[in-house]
Design a protein around this ligand. Sequence first.
Ligand SMILES: Cc1cc2nc3c(=O)[nH]c(=O)nc-3n(C[C@H](O)[C@H](O)[C@H](O)COP(=O)(O)OP(=O)(O)OC[C@H]3O[C@@H](n4cnc5c(N)ncnc54)[C@H](O)[C@@H]3O)c2cc1C
Length: 313
Amino acid sequence: MSLTEEQSAEIAALRAATSPTRRATVAALEAMLYEARPVLDHGFVRVIDYMGDDAAVVQAARVSYGRGTRKVSEDAGLIRYLMRHRHSTPFEMCEIKYHVKLPIFVARQWIRHRTANVNEISARYSILDREFYIPAPEHLAAQSAVNRQGRGAVLAGDEATEVLAVLRDDAMRTYDHYAEMLNEAPDGTAIDPARQGLARELARMNLTLNTYTQWYWKTDLHNLLNFLSLRADAHAQHEIRVYAEAMLESLRAWVPLTCAAFEEYRHGAVTLSASMVAVLRRMLAGEAVDQPGSGLSKREWQEMMVAVGRQAA
Ligand SMILES: Cc1cc2nc3c(=O)[nH]c(=O)nc-3n(C[C@H](O)[C@H](O)[C@H](O)COP(=O)(O)OP(=O)(O)OC[C@H]3O[C@@H](n4cnc5c(N)ncnc54)[C@H](O)[C@@H]3O)c2cc1C
């Protein structure tokens, strides 16, 4: 992660300032506020603002005049009930805003989550930084043979070295061409006064997808949980999952009761189809059921076996 001295000073100034409020605040999230948590080689996630806490979920569920909370155990029980029964609107009463720096190909997956408010840095207006995501060698994996959307074993030896060199060289070359086409030095002066320089909105089109972009991303707690259930999941691509895992840490600090209920009923839970439940009932009754006799496809059988811990994922 590379923050300039000026950016670090701006963050420090925000963290030093406090303002009195009648609104609910959460000490553990206040402690994280504005700080950039590094993700991948140059990315970060930082919490910029938030509204509400666990008590706000309870307050909305009870449609209270006051804070609406009772004993912690009662509030925890209510939040677990809401999560278990997908009574989701009380969770929409809380909001959180992040500043994220991420590679463009990760941003393309992320932006599919439509129930958020997003403002991305404009490459029509600004010149993008010379920063590219280059996977750490342990994440440089081969195509999975069994899952078209997955990875297999880690590349080794010369192949890994060559792939890393191609990724680095291509990104650097296209960035050099970008800078050349812009004809603009970092201080805004022309590199070659004899040339006009191509518009920023056009020069950017040649950049590689591992170039970093940035955005402000604001969502409510309900939709954040949807995002995390898909992107902090073991099936999500590593490069987006590490962002989701960083955000899960902020969720834990912000709304610990909601986070615990989410981990219990969504993140750590599995969904079984009606046919899978029927097969498990036959097994529990002592019947020896195999895949051909189960009525499940090979893929579903394997997924069920992984879910019940009879087979490694
Ligand atoms: C493992 C994985 C693989 C994927 N592969 C692909 C792929 O190959 N190609 C691809 O294009 N996408 C792919 N996606 C993206 C996926 O299809 C979803 O677009 C993405 O996960 C966002 O989910 P969402 O729609 O639930 O979220 P959000 O957009 O945040 O929406 C939340 C919920 O709001 C409702 N909603 C929001 N907008 C609308 C709308 N316009 N109309 C109706 N209901 C709406 C829906 O109920 C939706 O579930 C993949 C996602 C994952 C996790």
